[in-house]
Design a protein around this ligand. Structure first.
Ligand code: DAS
Length: 356
């Protein structure tokens, strides 16, 4: 018969363990992982296949089970929102994802959200969420350049870092973030600059910070409007208007621009060389399309950081055109799509391009 003192001692130990494990559980942030597909969920035939594989194969629960260390930084649960390669994202995928993120961000039992995504359009989704989700909570988009089946796969550490950042109090209020290759970038600025290296993502004006072994090191904050300070709200968006991108270099013709106009585009992003330059013969065509009510937005496809200055390359005031400021064509399309869901006024649109 165990002595009463020993029983009391055991009960005291047991209750201390329960209290401490509850405290630890409560001290860990709750992070939800929304999986959409991409290489981070990819699988190749052999460990040497770092570039030959099928994207969007591994389900979110398997991604989470593959990194038991996630439990050291957060209480994690997953949802499979889509299972697609991100080049196949449509506007309605953006709206569906945005509404799910906004709904989760409102929940008291959610401290941060991670979105696993393909690298091809990470920059578009991250910018879209930055514009339309009203929350201070960290929202982190994460991808990988190699499938989890490859040697030196980058997805495991990227996802661990992303969950760690999403559960960090010091990541709150910084806008939507992209965590890749130890960097914490702004969803507004970052773009996929190289399509075959692990160091694939670049922000023309630099990252916001670094994350190393689960610790964040911040260097700057995003100056442009975002999330809580955005005039756009996913809860007021049911569909995005059609905005198309026409890529222009030498020997450009008006074929694409006219085809987009005939297809009902509300705006055409002119992805021009240099300062969003417009070839002489194209100017009257864009003026004609503007006259039909289509917004013309001059962007630059220079890859290390475009910066289109209003009235510098073209008399934008005279033609009633818009400049995309430092947004690349694919980001300009996202902002134009969101902005056109609330205004058709070109002066208002130009304000929006300078503020977001
Ligand atoms: N096709 C790419 C995508 O899904 C694969 C990747 O790099 O994630 O964006």
């Amino acid at each position: 018969m165990m002595k009463k003192s020993a029983m009391r001692w055991l009960l005291a130990i047991a209750s201390a363990i329960i209290v401490s494990s509850t405290a630890i559980a409560q001290s860990k942030p709750n992070v939800v992982i929304l999986a959409t597909g991409g290489t981070i969920a990819g699988a190749g035939a052999d460990v040497t296949n770092s570039a030959t594989y099928q994207a969007a194969k591994v389900p979110v629960d398997k991604l989470i089970a593959g990194i038991p260390q996630l439990n050291n930084v957060a209480a994690v649960r997953g949802e499979q929102v889509f299972q697609i390669a991100s080049e196949s994202f449509r506007n309605d995928n953006l709206v569906t994802l945005g509404k799910r993120v906004a709904a989760l961000a409102k929940q008291d039992d959610v401290d941060g959200i991670v979105i696993t995504h393909g690298t091809d359009t990470t920059e578009e989704t991250a910018y879209f969420l930055n514009l339309v989700v009203h929350t201070e909570k960290p929202i982190v988009v994460v991808a990988s350049m190699r499938p989890g089946t490859a040697m030196s796969a980058d997805g495991t550490l990227n996802l661990y870092s992303a969950v760690s950042v999403a559960g960090s109090k010091d990541a709150r209020g910084r806008g939507v973030l992209v965590v890749m290759n130890d960097e914490i970038d702004s969803g507004r600025d970052v773009t996929k600059a190289v399509n075959i290296k692990v160091e694939a993502f670049k922000s023309p004006w630099g990252p916001l910070g670094l994350v190393v072994e689960g610790k964040n090191y911040w260097f700057r904050k995003l100056d442009k409007r975002h999330t809580m300070n955005s005039e756009f709200d996913i809860e007021k968006i049911s569909a995005l208007p059609l905005v198309e991108i026409a890529y222009a270099g030498g020997n450009v013709s008006d074929t694409a621009y006219r085809a987009f106009a005939n297809a009902g585009a509300k705006a055409i992003i002119h992805a021009g060389p240099g300062n969003g330059s417009v070839a002489g013969p194209l100017v009257p065509v864009l003026q004609e399309l503007r006259g039909k009510g289509i917004q013309i937005i001059r962007s630059s496809h220079v890859n290390a950081g475009g910066f289109v200055l209003r009235n510098a390359e073209q008399p934008d005031d005279k033609y009633d055109w818009i400049v995309a400021h430092d947004l690349n064509p694919q980001k300009a399309r996202i902002l134009a799509s969101v902005a056109l869901s609330s205004t058709q006024d070109s002066r208002e649109l130009q304000r929006i391009f300078m503020e977001y």
